[in-house]
Every structure is written in structure tokens, then in C-alpha cells.
Design a protein around this ligand. Structure first.
Ligand code: DX5
Ligand code: ZN
Length: 221
């Protein structure tokens, strides 16, 4: 399996943006593995966040892996800019990419790892043909657009199903889960097959983020 211990990816969306550098340092010293950057365009999702300029600022503050989640229409137009800004991994949405194979090859040709995300309402069968080409799948356990939402329970079954799919098609592929992750549901998510947990609220709004990070990273399947 890809990871010996659980990977933790705090989502910068829930950080204090008036103290961006300190927020990133909090994640770095807590031993976080990836810095998850949520890019929203007010079109594919009903919210707007930030672009490559901020990703570049974030990347300049840390040596962590910059994991960029593009919740935008026409992601191909912006992929190169986000990689130049310092993204090591780019995840696009299946629902936003009519030429998904081309998009994934494009990300890889620029030297970044390539991921696909699927919304809660999108069946995993839509990933059958592309799975062997992916470095990661980012399963949405909330409808994308906002931090602080409640975990959708049927996501557990989808993680199990995706885990079965990767055993057959791409054993090295990482399964990441995004939305509503808490200290309470993290173990169930890991047991179902997730390797990387995205945590916005659970990390940045925790009374003791370092302790939360340690607990989540210590979870094993
Ligand atoms: C939702 C984003 C998530 C979100 C996670 O559209 O993709 O990454 O910020 O935040 P929490 O952990 O608060 O659900
Ligand atoms: Zn995200």
C-alpha cells in the first residue's frame, strides 16, 4: 500500500489568512504531509477562493508537498500556472474535464503528480478507464465549495469500493478523502482504505492542532 502511516493534509482554506505564514508553520511543525490548497472559481463551485499568486506565497513558506485541488471549470487553462507557482500535485474534477485523459497526461508532462476528484454524486465507474494513469484519487465526502461541512456517510462505501478498484488496476495509487474529516471519523475512513486525509476545520480550528495531527497520522488500516 502507498503509505505506511496516514498522510495528513491540512486545508489552508480554514487557516487564518491574516497570519498565513504562521498558519503554514503550524502545519509544518505538526508534521503534516501535504498542504492542501482549495481553488474555487465561483462557476464549477459556488464559492471563490484564490489563485496561483497565493499558492506561490504558500509554497515559499514551506517544503511540504503542495497539493492543489482545482474546483474550477476549464482547469487545463490554469494547470501550468499552478505548477509554476509550486504545486507538486494537481487534482482536477472528473465532472469538469471532458478530455480527462488528455488533462492527466498534460499534468504529468509538466512534472507534477496527477489526481482526479469525484463529487459525492458521481459514481466511481466513471474512473475505470483513467485509474491506471493516476497518482491519486481525491474522493469528495462533502459537496465541494465550502469548508466546515458534515461528512456524507455513504462516502465510506465509496472508499471501500475504490480500494478494491485500485488493488486490481493501480496498487500504488493514493486514496485521499476530502470533506468533514474529524478525529472521530478518521479511523473509519482509514480502515475503509484511505491513505491521505484532508482536514480543514479539524486541524486549523482544533484546540491543539499538533495533537490532532499526531492522532490522525498514527492511525493505521
Ligand atoms: C471543500 C474543500 C475541502 C475543505 C475541507 O470544497 O475541497 O478541502 O476545505 O474542509 P473541512 O475539513 O472543514 O471539511
Ligand atoms: Zn479540497
Amino acid at each position: 500500500m502507498p503509505a505506511p502511516s496516514t498522510l495528513l493534509a491540512p486545508s489552508i482554506l480554514s487557516a487564518d489568512f491574516t497570519r498565513l505564514e504562521q498558519s503554514i508553520a503550524l502545519a509544518t511543525t505538526a508534521g503534516a504531509d501535504w498542504m492542501h490548497c482549495d481553488i474555487m472559481d465561483g462557476n464549477f463551485v459556488p464559492n471563490i477562493t484564490f489563485g496561483p499568486f497565493i499558492v506561490q506565497a504558500i509554497a515559499s513558506c514551506t517544503s511540504m508537498i503542495i497539493d492543489t485541488h482545482l474546483m474550477i471549470a476549464h482547469p487545463d487553462r490554469y494547470i501550468e500556472e499552478f505548477i509554476k507557482a509550486g504545486s507538486h500535485q494537481i487534482t482536477v474534477h472528473q465532472e469538469a474535464c471532458p478530455h480527462l485523459h488528455r488533462t492527466i497526461q498534460f499534468i504529468k508532462s509538466l512534472g507534477a503528480k496527477a489526481g482526479v476528484s469525484v463529487n459525492p454524486g458521481t459514481p466511481l465507474s466513471t474512473l475505470d478507464a483513467i485509474l491506471p494513469d493516476l497518482d491519486l484519487v481525491l474522493l469528495m465526502s462533502v459537496n465541494p465549495g465550502f469548508g466546515g461541512q458534515k461528512f456524507i456517510p455513504s462516502s465510506i462505501g465509496k472508499i471501500r469500493q475504490l480500494h478494491e478498484m485500485r488493488l486490481k488496476l493501480n496498487p500504488e495509487m493514493v486514496i485521499a478523502i476530502d470533506g468533514g474529516i474529524t478525529e472521530e471519523n478518521a479511523q473509519e475512513v482509514v480502515s475503509a482504505g484511505a491513505d491521505a486525509l484532508i482536514a480543514g476545520t479539524a486541524f486549523f480550528k482544533a484546540a491543539n492542532p499538533a495533537q490532532t495531527a499526531a492522532k490522525i497520522r498514527a492511525m493505521t488500516r
